[in-house]
Ligand binder design. Structure first.
Ligand code: FES
Ligand code: FES
Length: 159
């Protein structure tokens, strides 16, 4: 059974029929060609499939496409070209926080959602907040350093 979904993906309105059991990851990759969301564990553990739905990170491998009806979806393709993407990617490169890059799109989108929140006011908080995004290459130290630099730059000083 299919149903019509109207959603905004990276600023573009998309209206299409989706199957009731169609996953958001498949919708984005197979229908829209947005392959920046990566398929890996498929059980909401690794974070490589992370996209933002109304600004909140979700694992698109377990999120139904029909559940984005009326919502805004942002993938890494929507972040690319923005000043924040340049800032994050510059920090990742400077700190050598990218090796194979498979985890990086999900990392950057989760980071965008956390920017300016108390969740990332400390390194321990950042570790907890980023715990759903796994990296098999870097050992995390370099990612934490890159993220801390960007999170600190966006922190509003307390008065
Ligand atoms: S592929 Fe979705 S969390 Fe791993
Ligand atoms: S850079 Fe390879 S998985 Fe993170």
């Amino acid at each position: 059974m299919s149903e019509t979904v109207v959603t905004t993906v990276n600023g573009r309105v998309v209206e299409t029929a989706v199957e009731a059991n169609e996953l958001l990851l498949d919708f984005l990759r197979d229908r829209l060609g947005l392959i920046g969301a990566r398929q890996s564990c498929e059980v909401q553990v690794c974070g490589t499939c992370t996209v933002l739905v109304d600004g909140m990170p979700v694992s698109s491998c377990t999120h139904l496409a029909c559940d984005v009806d009326g919502k805004e979806v942002e993938t890494i393709e929507g972040l690319v070209g923005t000043p924040l993407h340049d800032e994050l990617s510059d920090a990742f490169v400077r700190h050598a926080a990218v090796q194979c890059g498979f985890c990086t799109p999900g990392m950057l989108l989760t980071a965008k959602a956390l920017l300016g929140t108390e969740d990332v006011a400390t390194e321990e908080g950042t570790r907890r907040a980023m715990a759903g995004n796994l990296c098999r290459c870097t050992g995390y130290r370099s990612i934490l350093d890159a993220l801390t630099e960007v999170f600190d730059a966006h922190r509003t000083p307390r008065s």
